[in-house]
Design a protein around this ligand. Sequence first.
Ligand code: GCB
Length: 652
Amino acid sequence: MLRERAGAWAVLGPLLWGCGLALLQGGMLYPRESRSRERKELDGLWSFRADFSDNRRQGFEQQWYRAPLRESGPTLDMPVPSSFNDVGQDGRLRSFVGWVWYEREATLPQRWTQDLGTRVVLRIGSAHYYAIVWVNGVHVAEHEGGHLPFEADISKLVQSGPLSSCRITIAINNTLSPYTLPPGTILYQTDTSKYPKGYFVQNTNFDFFNYAGLHRSVLLYTTPISYIDDITITTDVDQDIGLVNYQIFIQGSELFQLEVFLLDADGRTVAQGTGGQGQLQVPRAHLWWPYLMHEHPAYLYSLEVRLTAQTADGPVSDFYTLPVGIRTVAVTESRFLINGKPFYFHGVNKHEDADIRGKGFDWPLLVKDFNLLRWLGANAFRTSHYPYAEELMQLCDRYGIVVIDESPGAGIALAQSLSNVSLQHHLEVMEEMVRRDKNHPAVVMWSVANEPASSLKPAGYYFKTLIAHTKALDPSRPVTFVTKSSYEADLGVPYVDVICVNSYYSWYHDYGHMEVIQLQLATQFENWYRTYQKPIIQSEYGAETIAGFHQDPPLMFSEEYQKGLLEQYHLVLDQKRKEYVVGELIWNFADFMTDQSPQRAIGNRKGIFTRQRQPKSAAFLLRERYWKLANETWHHQSAVKPQCVENSPFIF
Ligand code: GCB
């Protein structure tokens, strides 16, 4: 069976099979330590081998998972988390397409292997793109999609003998097909006068490098055998009373008691309840406000959930604490409201991208990026073009950075990728994404896709179904997708709550002619608004800029051109934000890696920061603008207004 699957997934004919559904049942709470839970990160060096065999199936034919990887051939040291592409000196590995193999031996605390009341879970934060996992040679999980976590309960395996360690093997395939998210195609070249035998390349319609590997932490954690499996929180406000609705799902016992306590930031209990669902009322609640919208942004309560379950072996307790922000989100014909006040998105589009690590999670990079966002006065970003690491979402909650949470639906360009097979997978991805991110107060809107071919005929049904499904999963947040189609032809926009439009006037069109921007941008907004009467976000605009290139008068690729182009956009945004434009997100926060092409000088250079996070001139221009905008959207009674003070740029 497995061989067949591996065969089907070989690079020569990738075909996906439905694997997700079983994994979609149940929760995906972020593993946190508590009185009843432990966790063990498996970051560090793993053994690694790319399968360079012609059909990329040697690993399955020789069953590399059955014995330590070093016994079936040479291995490399591979850091986790990291993409495998840029850490080596081998060009073949950088552009490798097919299966790679990771392996790591984990030593387990004695209690985990001997206490049958302990449940041991293996969690993979992100494995791009398709992953198969074995523990001690036994198949435990498969997962499709590179940006969302998946788990396997491995208790039985590690508790079945006198073992104190376990061998974790993960095979990962980065091949994309028209049915994957994001989609891609394999192009075979058979003209032997031009290409060597078996030559193929992987093509994509998205503009970022298809980095692959174990991009986020792999970890082991424990729960008791009866445990808190999932928590869903929604919040509301009635006068000054905060309402926290909770729903808690338990596994492993039918007979249990639940207590919930809501603690304020000082650890004082402000409300409590019992049972699997209910509503907590918080008089004089501190609301969760976005950064630069309030004197005390991002106020977080903690929801402590305590489970006492009856099992055959006696009572079992489990404890889980979830950060909770009380806030409301609403959309009118022309406004985006947070806590009933108009919110204007002034922020960025990002990528998970950096030198050497590729898309690998990295704490110093994360903290640097948040410091830059706050320096800039950015109050929001979009997770272009896939869900980002959970640790990053947690920082958004803590700092008040508002998130448009985007699925990996980038580059849906072919009619095939709007088929029912693709749609089915996309629905599952939205389920996984909502399940992971539903409790983040920072997430105020879901984006199901970026720049799909939304004027193709099947797009109407596709987006109608996808958006309705996402709303059914989470009725508390608006849903959008990001379009670059024309207002007359787009078949998906009728179903969105907020129109997100990308445009590159005087860059991809009328290049070099900044004088056309104002007219074209105003026309763009007026057409969309006249047709739909929905709020609009300029979800991308920008210009390729090589840091250090200067030209005055401005020429394309110079820092002056990037600034000049932004200024032209801002003139129109300043008019239209008085009416129905509710946000502007620059493309892009930082330069990032793409496939090689004549249009890209070592990646996309539209960042206002370089890939090493140093500012281009445009960063200073945006900083001035964002702090000015922050002043206008200040809603607190206090006379203190946000100020961009040198040396303490994000304190006010
Ligand atoms: C877009 C895409 C983004 C690209 C950008 C560009 O419209 O959404 O992924 O990187 O344009 O720079 O071309």
